[in-house]
Ligand binder design. Structure first.
Ligand code: PFF
Length: 478
């Protein structure tokens, strides 16, 4: 059960919405090798750290970090703030999905889902002045999703919603299998899917592609956000931790790669029918999924009136459960330190979150969303993971973790894993990070640089304030 829950928490919008977009914007085949390498080097290796630490300490991230050193409290708030900021734009993608549930009832996107998404749903503009124009439909759906999230967290309905998604997640998988099978029969499909499996060796030296691969593994496996730590703290004695981690990581990546075969086949079909070059098929990359799936529903005939809405409803539930998981840790940590009632914390967190989300509902919202997404995963969380590697690899007694992992597992870890966490991963991350910062600085536009600057200041100042504020809970530092 718990393993299903872990796979369920990993499989989400990251697999269906984010992966195809990252794959598409990084040239398909050139992305796969860095992606597979990061799955092992970063994904599996680091999930093991989180499992071992969570299983050993059985408490919240902030308190685990105190146990290592009191000075580390700002690091915990830094991570929680990243998680919160991810939630603010995750809501918006779930909001788009909500709109598509309604649209799919009548296939209201018409014959050109790409233009429909950019012009009718997002009403996107390139001009910076678009930041002052709120798009009412997106605004309303973002509000609705925040309201649902607040309602669920406040009343502690998580179990209910979890049970619904336990049913809907397998349904989603079935629909995806159906869609992939159907897409493979479309004319031109092979133009698309061969892109994924034709490696472009020359791209291996492009560090931006590597950075994107690391970012995707982080988001999709929910790495560095203490999610796996929380789950592992519930695992019973005698659990096969390593086996568990490997299964979760492979299922998650298997699902997204499989799903992207469908997405790329549909793109191949679009390239054939429109005669457009493959890399110009989609106007707003952040919405790739909302272009490609409507496209396939258009070619499916009448069954699409059932499959379409069902598909978007499944995504809604997958999205809401992920959202709750993101917000839960934030609310828990705040009410634990300041002894604020859970309901009040949830209300405050959701109101602040909603106010931030409003920028994603403007006419430049999807562009800003892309900047948030790349910055938070490729830079902020990657940096947090570097810190966690140093904290657990160097400051904490690392050999204890090896023992915990190996106790009952049939797959054993040892020296190689230790070398990866202590040396190889930190060096790779640091290198990628520095190069990523430099290449971003040299190519960035004004809007993105302003957003990244603001995010950087917020991510430095707010965690320090939260750590400095005195705890009202007398047992907080016990
Ligand atoms: N891993 C999730 C996905 O791929 O959609 C994203 C996510 C969910 C991250 C929940 C964090 C989290 F707490």
């Amino acid at each position: 059960d718990l393993m299903m829950a872990m796979i369920g928490s990993a499989v989400g919008l990251g697999n269906i919405w984010r992966f195809p977009n990252v794959l598409y914007s990084h040239g398909g085949g050139s992305f796969m090798i860095p992606y597979i390498v990061s799955l092992f080097l970063l994904g599996i290796s680091f999930v093991l750290v989180e499992y071992a630490v969570g299983f050993k300490f059985k408490r919240s991230l902030a308190r685990i970090l105190f146990a290592v050193s009191k000075k580390l409290e700002p690091v915990a708030w830094f991570i929680l703030l990243i998680v919160f900021l991810i939630a603010t734009y995750y809501v918006c993608v779930v909001g788009w999905d909500l709109i598509y549930i309604v649209l799919s009832l009548t296939k209201a996107w018409g014959a050109n889902p790409d233009l429909f998404f950019a012009n009718n749903v997002l009403q996107a503009t390139d001009s910076i002045s678009g930041i002052f124009k709120i798009v009412p439909m997106v605004f309303a759906s973002v509000f609705a999703i925040w309201f649902m999230a607040w309602f669920i967290i406040k009343r502690d309905l998580n179990d209910g919603i979890g049970n619904v998604s336990k049913v809907l997640l397998p349904v989603l998988c079935l629909i995806v299998v159906g869609i992939v099978a159907f897409s493979l029969t479309l004319p031109g499909a092979s133009i698309g899917y061969t892109q994924i499996f034709t490696p472009d060796w020359s791209a291996l030296t492009n560090l931006d592609v590597w950075l994107a691969a690391f970012g995707q593994i982080i988001f999709s496996l929910s790495l560095g956000m203490a999610i796996a730590m929380t789950y592992a703290s519930y695992l019973p004695e005698g659990s096969k931790l390593v086996d568990n981690a490997v299964i979760v990581a492979f299922s998650n990546s298997g699902f997204e790669v499989f799903n992207s075969i469908g997405t790329f086949s549909i793109l191949g079909f679009m390239a054939l029918t429109t005669g457009m070059p493959f890399n110009e098929l989609v106007t707003e990359g952040t919405g790739l999924a909302f272009v490609v799936f409507p496209q396939v529903f258009n070619t499916m005939g009448d069954v699409a009136y059932i499959i379409g809405p069902l598909f978007f409803i499944c995504i809604l539930f997958a999205g809401i459960t992920s959202l709750i998981a993101l917000l839960e840790g934030v609310c828990y940590s705040i009410s634990e330190k300041f002894l604020i009632e859970r309901k009040k914390t949830a209300t405050a967190v959701c109101i602040v979150g909603f106010l931030i989300s409003i920028i994603f509902t403007t006419a430049v919202g999807s562009t800003i969303l892309g900047v948030f997404d790349a910055y938070l995963n490729n830079f902020a969380l990657l940096f947090a993971i570097l810190l966690e590697c140093i904290i657990f690899g160097w400051i904490y007694k690392f050999d204890d973790l090896i023992e915990i992992l190996n106790n009952n597992s049939s797959i054993k870890v040892g020296k190689t894993w230790k070398t990866v966490i202590k040396y190889i991963l930190p060096i790779c991350i640091a290198g990628l990070w520095i190069q990523g910062v430099m290449s971003t600085i040299s190519t960035i536009d004004t809007l993105s640089s302003t957003i990244m600057l603001i995010l950087t200041i917020v991510l430095i100042v707010v965690p320090i304030i939260f750590a400095k504020l005195p705890a009202r809970n007398p047992h907080y530092y016990d």
